[in-house]
Design a protein. Structure first.
Length: 651
């Protein structure tokens, strides 16, 4: 393993895996067709196969986001416009060059495929996955071995391929994808991530109308608003920043016109028209599930009613973690792959790794936001990632589908540590030698020892406080940097606790935990948001990680109760465990902050910032409360637990 990488780029940990290392010009044939499922529904499929008579392994990608797009006009086609909107295009090209077949599919009820999309990863889609694999292995170019990958929704499709596993599936790689729908994206800490469910629902509705320009205008606006928040945007980011300074409607209108000039919508199938869904298909898709409306019906994990037509179903019915027994029984190797700023999906990857420890599996977490296109280094704005994602995945599938020895370093787990900007490898998570070390909350400070007397800090609840446009959550719907460039300013509205300057560097890798005693002056519900930060001697503030918890869901799950393996504290979020909070009632909240790996340099301070809202992303329970009170010392000793190899040492 190398000694390290620079602070402005992320590189692979192995010198033997380099960008384009296996790239070569290989001729291949592409065609589209419809594949009939067991119930008669026909799915739109694109098949790409290198020329020749050899049988070969196949990579299956199932998508809700249109398997391919139709260009508008010869200029757009010559510029490769459809490929600009296909984030997996470089992966497909790399695998075809390496001799794999590649199959892209519009999942049922989306793109040019038949029927309705009843919910994410619903039971018909899971059965379709089996039928698709059976169809693949029956093709003359297939050698009977299948792998699957994808980013975000498509990555979870790969994960759910093992819910009803076909024996031909030997390996999957869910990239930047959830594992527990409730805890990882819809309700982190039991708090509704309403910004995401609303934006994703709008995106899906546009796709279901075959209106790709409107769908993409949602993500372009996010990217533009994020660029406009940067003090010194450069290059193409300056154009985005100018667009982001316009009002929302003008921003979207311009985006729609530009994108609409390049693409029409979903691509042709079998040479019939432009692939536009028929009137009958459009009518069906008007009844596709509205994920935001469904989420508004949910408070507890076991609540039903997310789908009005199937009122008995809850959110876990389409969550991969529910099918962990089938995943383990499949024996397929799983590559869990994410980034520290990838929403809550780094924790998803860790949970998947620990829960389904199938032979040959791997876990990698880099310094990336969602999709891996951007890397975030300490005290810096995001930059384009230089990591060879496609090369790393090719190494994994070569090993599992072809029996080719890995060119890596032999370690199944790799993680990037910010602050020192180094890759690390190992075989266990958290790494060996790591244990929790407590720092106590004191008078606007973090100190080694708790005070003997209980005191109170009061935060006036300001429902306009949020985390802004450049957050880890915004990256879930666009190439948005989760670099939190303005934390110094935002912290002024929060309760802030700073440690003394560190006497020596502190490596923190794992799952930080906050045990905090709180009360509210009024109401019977509320939430706490906690931000862990690194403060440089010159006052600059670097966001490290965060956690949130709705007080209603404060009951901690018993060991093994959830069935999901993670070193973090877990909450059941079940209705039977819900506990209201009375006015002025002091309760203990245990927040599992999202996992991270960061080195605090000597002379830096550790900061904990506490908020009552993140209005930019989360729907906080309605309550008349005006104050959040933090209790510390004595019988209410609030403390922060840091996973580290050594006890923090302060000057």
């Amino acid at each position: 393993m190398r000694a390290g990488v620079t602070s402005i780029m992320d590189e692979h940990w192995s010198d033997t895996i380099e960008p384009g290392a296996r790239a070569k010009r290989v001729a291949f044939d592409s065609r589209s067709c419809r594949v009939t499922m067991r119930d008669g529904a026909r799915l739109a499929v694109d098949v790409h196969v290198p020329r020749g008579t050899a049988r070969r392994p196949t990579i299956l990608r199932q998508t809700r986001y249109m398997r391919s797009l139709a260009p508008r006009g010869w200029l757009a086609k010559s510029l490769g416009a459809p490929g600009l909107f296909d984030i997996l295009a470089p992966f497909r090209s790399r695998f075809l060059q390496a001799g794999y077949a590649w199959v892209d599919v519009d999942v049922r009820g989306t793109g040019a495929s038949d029927d309705r999309w009843r919910s994410p990863w619903f039971e018909d889609q899971r059965r379709d996955a089996w039928d698709l694999v059976a169809w693949i292995v029956d093709q003359p170019w297939s050698d009977g071995r299948v792998g699957s990958t994808g980013i975000s929704y498509d990555g979870t499709c790969a994960d759910m391929l093992l819910a009803e596993p076909h024996p031909a599936v030997r390996a999957i790689a869910p990239l930047f994808a959830l594992y527990d729908v409730f805890a990882d994206v819809a309700f982190p800490g039991g708090v509704h991530l309403a910004w995401f469910t609303a934006a994703w629902a709008a995106y899906n509705r546009a796709l279901d109308r075959d209106d790709h320009p409107s769908a993409m205008s949602v993500t372009v606006r996010l990217m533009a608003r994020a660029a406009a928040c940067k003090r010194d945007p450069r290059g193409a980011e300056r154009l985005l920043a100018a667009l982001g300074r316009l009002d929302d409607e003008r921003c979207r209108a311009i985006s729609r016109r530009v994108i609409g000039a390049m693409v029409r919508g979903v691509a042709d199938v079998e040479g019939r028209g432009d692939g536009t869904p028929t009137a009958a298909m459009r009518a069906l898709r008007e009844h596709n599930l509205d994920v935001h409306a469904g989420a508004l019906e949910i408070v507890h994990r076991d609540d039903a009613g997310i789908d009005p037509e199937r009122p008995e179903l809850g959110i876990d019915s389409f969550s991969p973690h529910t099918y962990r027994d089938a995943q383990r029984a499949s024996g397929a190797a799983i590559y869990s792959y994410s980034g520290w700023r990838d929403g809550a999906y780094a924790h998803s990857a860790i949970k998947r790794w620990g829960t389904v420890p199938n032979a040959g599996s791997r876990l990698t977490i880099g310094p990336w936001a969602h999709t891996g296109k951007l890397a975030i280094h300490a005290f810096a704005s995001a930059v384009p990632s230089r990591f060879d994602h496609a090369g790393e995945l090719l190494d994994f599938f070569d090993e599992r589908l072809r029996g080719v020895p890995s060119r890596g370093d032999g370690q199944p787990i790799h993680w990037f540590s910010t602050g020192e900007e180094l890759w690390h490898g190992g075989s266990t998570w958290p790494p060996e030698g790591t244990s929790d070390h407590a720092i106590q909350l004191s008078t606007r400070a973090l100190v080694p020892e708790a005070a003997s007397k209980t005191e109170i800090d009061v935060l006036r609840i300001d429902r306009t406080v949020g985390t802004g446009e450049r957050s880890r959550w915004r990256s879930l719907l666009g190439i948005v940097p989760g670099d939190y460039v303005d934390r110094r300013e935002r912290d002024r509205a929060l309760l802030v606790y700073d440690s003394p300057a560190l006497a020596r560097e502190l490596e923190m890798t794992g799952h930080p935990t906050l045990e905090i005693f709180v009360s509210w002056d009024q109401g019977d519900d509320g939430a706490v948001f906690a931000y862990l930060e690194d403060v440089a001697p010159d006052g600059r503030v670097n966001y490290v990680t965060e956690g949130q918890l709705r007080a209603l869901h404060r009951a901690v799950a018993k060991a093994g109760e959830t069935g999901v393996a993670t070193p973090a504290v877990q909450h059941s979020f079940l209705r039977e465990d819900a506990r209201r909070v009375g006015p002025n009632e002091i309760v203990l909240l245990v927040l599992d902050l999202l996992p991270c790996s960061h080195v605090f340099a000597a002379g830096h301070r550790i900061r904990l910032a506490i908020a009552a809202t993140d209005t930019d992303h989360f729907r906080v329970p309605e309550t008349p409360a005006r104050e959040l009170r933090v209790h510390r010392g004595g019988a209410a000793s609030s403390r922060l637990l840091l996973p580290a190899r050594a006890v923090p040492s302060f000057r």
